[in-house]
Design a protein around this ligand. Structure first.
Ligand code: TXA
Ligand code: MG
Length: 353
């Protein structure tokens, strides 16, 4: 398949090419597009054949449900059986934006899109290019992240092309993605709202609107034998090719432990890399030291993480060590993704002290 690339930026999303891209979706084709979280791989959410094509293009198991993206609030109602009051409150506060909510699905949504589930995940993105594209495509776009299954989600167009060239009809290059981590997913089908995937909209922000909010316990303890409620969270994800280990502890000990690991690996002839905050970057010795941002700026850290994991793959780095980012707020989402990328390999130097 020949993949056309269109450059459409958020400053100027009202271009005539959008109609062509919308037609591709209406005919059952696939288009990768930017959102504020990560790039998405879009198809018609109401067409079972389109959903099958999405799974094939990603190489993703078809029991892992897709998120349905809308571009206006009125379009939620036809997708769901019921809109609980909590959802109305969250929509008012956080939509359009990086929040996905789970509802009991209506008959309009095919089971192919929901991976066989009776519930549907819905998101109303805020990225101007995403909004305009969803409208042009008829209003309902099913979209997972636009990476091959198992790779970090793309946050720059180069990596969408790397994974999807030849697999989709078109790619919209919308430039760099502002948030860089996938949306927060909240399940509203139980008694207490539950976070199934942490994201830019934090637990604290949700609790301000709803009161008590639970978190799927498997997210926090990383126990591989538990079954997370979001099927996609159980697959090994975001994994770089190199062996990634996270170091938690005081600054000096983290630096010396990471340098010791890199030195040992270098002696064996292996290529080493470090994920470093700007405050410490100069103190590491490795083949490739990547600055993820300032420790004072967690938004910068979130926005850089997936790009850095991909760069290590491009450079063939084999032994990767990272500083830790544990904490509250956005740190929860950053650590969730970093821990998954590391296969939960974390060395706690506080405990060893
Ligand atoms: O930010 C995002 O959400 C991005 C952009 C493109 O919008 N999309 C994204 O999609 O991250 P994907 O397919 O990579 O991740 C969707 C996650 C999976 O973990 C999936 O299992 C979960 O959402 N999910 C979807 N529908 C669900 C449902 N009905 N119940 C529980 N989990 C669901
Ligand atoms: Mg994904």
């Amino acid at each position: 398949m020949e993949t056309a690339v269109y450059r459409i930026t958020q400053e100027n999303p009202l271009v005539p090419e959008m109609e062509t891209l919308g037609e591709i979706i209406k005919r059952g084709g696939l288009v990768a597009f930017p959102t504020e979280t990560v790039y998405g791989l879009g198809g018609d959410a109401l067409n079972p054949e389109s959903s099958r094509k999405i799974y094939a293009a990603k190489g993703r198991p078809s029991d892992n449900p897709l998120i349905v993206h809308i571009a206006k609030l009125e379009d939620l109602k036809p997708l769901v059986k019921d809109i609980p009051e909590a959802a109305e409150k969250l929509a008012e506060k956080f939509w359009p934006g990086p929040l996905t909510m789970i509802f009991p699905k209506s008959d309009l949504v095919p089971k192919e899109t929901t991976g066989g589930l009776d519930t549907v995940a819905v998101r109303f993105p805020s990225h101007p290019v995403a909004k305009r594209f969803i409208e042009a495509a008829g209003g309902y776009i099913a979209a997972p992240s636009a990476n091959l299954s198992g790779k970090p989600s793309p946050t720059i167009a180069k990596y969408v092309v790397q994974d999807m060239d030849g697999r989709v009809d078109a790619i919209i290059d919308g430039g760099d993605i502002p948030i860089g981590l996938e949306s927060t997913i909240v399940d509203l089908t139980g008694d207490v709202p539950m976070i199934l995937r942490p994201g830019y909209i934090t637990k604290e922000m949700l609790e301000e609107v709803l009161g008590e909010v639970a978190t799927d316990p498997t997210i926090l303890n990383g126990n591989a034998t538990d079954r997370p409620k979001a099927p996609g969270m159980r697959y090994r994800h975001y994994a770089p090719k190199g062996e990634l280990v996270i170091f938690e502890g005081n600054k000096e000990e983290v630096i010396s432990s990471i340098n010791a690991r890199s030195e040992e690996a270098s002696k064996k002839g292996r290529k080493t890399g470090v994920i470093a905050t700007s405050e410490c970057a100069d103190l590491y010795k490795a083949d490739s030291v990547k600055v993820i941002g300032s420790r004072e700026n967690e938004e910068e850290v979130a926005a850089s993480l997936y790009r850095i994991l991909r760069e290590f793959d491009d450079e063939g780095v084999e032994i990767i060590s990272s500083e830790s980012f544990s904490g509250t707020g956005l740190h929860v989402a950053i650590m969730n993704r970093l821990l998954k990328a590391a296969g939960h390999k974390i060395i706690n130097l506080w405990e060893e002290a």
